[in-house]
Design a protein around this ligand. Sequence first.
Ligand SMILES: *Cc1c(COP(=O)(O)O)cnc(C)c1O
Length: 373
Amino acid sequence: MQKLPSRLKLESWLVAAGRSAEPGAPLNVPPIPASNFILGQERSYSRTDSTPTWEALEEIIGGLEAGRAVAFASGMAAVAAIFDQLAAGALVVIPDDCYQGVVGLAMAGAARGRWSVQRIALTDTVAWQQACAEADLIWLESPSNPLLTVADLAAICAAPRKPGAIVAVDNTFATPLNQQPLAFGATVAVQSATKFIGGHSDLLAGVVTTRDENLWQQLQRTRALAGATPGTFEAFLAVRGARTLALRLERAQRNAMELAQRLEQHPLVTRVRYPGLPSHPTHETAKRVLKGFGTIISFDLRGDAAFADAVCHNVRLIRHATSLGAVETTMERRAAIAGQEHLPPTLLRLSVGVEDVDDLWEDLDSAIRTAAG
Ligand SMILES: *Cc1c(COP(=O)(O)O)cnc(C)c1O
């Protein structure tokens, strides 16, 4: 790979990393759709030996946190690879507010007797610090989905831990540009690259980053054994997405701050959850641990679930769709999702994209007014 000046800013690294140094080589590592390679060099079979396309993605994302990365077929494949490191009977701690796929995986493993699960409120820093002394896997997600609670990762990751314990941070909502879990002392950081890194709602991928060389090798072994490898074209698209991550994030989070402030003044909105607002319960922590407040807003509407559903059906520029972190703004009612019924019934999660902010506001405001009749 290309030799780069040391101490590049992350924005430059995203553009410059993961490229070939060979004269005459394509400037971008192309999608290499190979299951196998002609024998004689170190690469023979992709599942066990990786491909240049995934490696470009791994170099880019790993370098953002001064760690080494392993790319997976999806965010959940990455999560599963971390859980797979646990010995039988392990103690796992997960947050009260947590991505439903991770909760599902943790609970399914517990039901089969593979490990036991304890849940702790993300805001209870002391309880997390105490858990670090006993648990084998400390699973943090911050800001959390969908309540956007920000944990004091700096304090939790610095707590003494049980030897061999893994402190994992799902950093999907923040991205390495807004938060650096490995610098805080986490063992691994996880990205669903499906979201901000891909950034265009057209791929599934996941990445785990670590500074622990042994664990890095172990995660590669787990990926090879489980066959949880990224697709070649997905990795190619994720690299393309990563090139503009900083630009997209900057624009989208400026839009998000503006929309959050306007929503807070809206007569038909009862509550806005955005870590950048002083009214957010973890705003002070967010100011300390995050470089930017992100692009996701959860807000509650006055009225009932049917009213909130009508708002989702009325938007025209904003798309009624799940997922997040893409160029286009999407919105959905979270309690409508199986397993998410505990959430406020009118809570809408808005993933703010890079459109013009006034166009977004006009669309949202008119969708709310039209639903109100
Ligand atoms: C989407 C998401 C995941 C899972 O990623 P997939 O790519 O869908 O498998 C994990 N954590 C968070 C916070 C997510 O938003």
